[in-house]
Design a protein around this ligand. Structure first.
Ligand code: SF4
Ligand code: SF4
Ligand code: SF4
Length: 247
């Protein structure tokens, strides 16, 4: 039986999530035994437009991206959004709040008019995706779980509980006890609480769990003298697309 043909495509991104795929060093030979990678600009020269599974990294930030993405959608039987940029628009969405013209001027100065741009959007604002691998960057374990489940025709096991669960398992002292706030209470686990484990706050780069306990989160904020606005300002960093939808 022919192996599934896999393509990686990138739009506006830092390409760190594709790098995470290449970081699966112990598993990469096993992956190559199961699939043919036919398009992966960061790793190989070959380019084929004949594929079954497309992984898309990056946000859509130019109108000229749209036909390219639609063409990929038409070719692929399965389309997977890879990383926060693709899943929620990620950091790219910040420019929508600042204003597109102001952002262009800040970055390109007098040359701003030379470049095309538009409001940043996630992949599923343009075409339907079949699965998402969350995170900035994606955890390699979750990418591998997704690949295995697609090949086996089963639903991937993606955590739908908060980062706090993993944080507690790592026996970290909660940042709220240190007078800081942290979105791990409502953010999707799966990263093994990367940021709090190294002293940083969780910014919910993996999005929110499907049923966040907002009441408990509010109680913690009240107890620590913090406001929802404190949290919302940080929520925008990776999840601003939900604000944009409301505006
Ligand atoms: S999600 Fe983060 S690591 Fe991945 S491409 Fe976007 S900015 Fe880079
Ligand atoms: S530091 Fe953050 S992730 Fe860890 S327990 Fe506290 S709120 Fe949860
Ligand atoms: S701790 Fe939060 S911000 Fe850090 S990687 Fe995990 S989900 Fe992302």
């Amino acid at each position: 039986m022919a192996k599934p043909r896999v393509a990686f495509h990138d739009f506006t991104s830092c390409e760190g999530c594709q790098l995470q795929v290449l970081n699966c060093e112990d598993e990469i030979l096993g992956i190559l035994a199961a699939v043919d990678i036919v398009n992966f600009r960061e790793a190989i020269d070959e380019k084929s437009e004949d594929y079954d599974i497309a992984f898309i990294e990056g946000a859509i930030t130019r109108d000229s991206d749209i036909p390219r993405l639609q063409e990929i959608r038409q070719r692929a039987k399965i389309l997977v959004a890879l990383g926060a940029c693709a899943c929620t628009g990620g950091l790219n969405v910040l420019k929508n709040f600042r204003g597109i013209e102001a952002s262009m001027k800040t970055v390109y100065g007098e040359a701003a008019g030379w470049y095309e741009t538009s409001a940043a959007r996630p992949i599923d604002a343009v075409v339907k995706d079949d699965a998402k691998v969350h995170g900035c960057p994606i955890p390699t374990e979750e990418f591998l779980e997704l690949v295995k489940s697609v090949l086996a025709g089963r639903t991937p096991q993606i955590p739908d509980y908060p980062v706090c669960v993993e944080c507690k398992l790592r026996e970290n002292v909660c940042l709220y006890h240190k007078g800081q706030y942290c979105m791990g209470v409502v953010a999707r686990a799966g990263c093994k609480a990367w940021c709090p484990s190294y002293g940083g706050r969780c910014y919910a780069c993996r999005g929110l769990i499907s049923d966040p306990n907002n009441k408990a989160a509010k109680e913690i904020l009240d107890e620590k003298g913090l406001t929802i606005q404190n949290v919302l300002d940080e929520f925008r960093l990776f999840n601003g697309v939900y604000d944009v939808a409301k505006e």
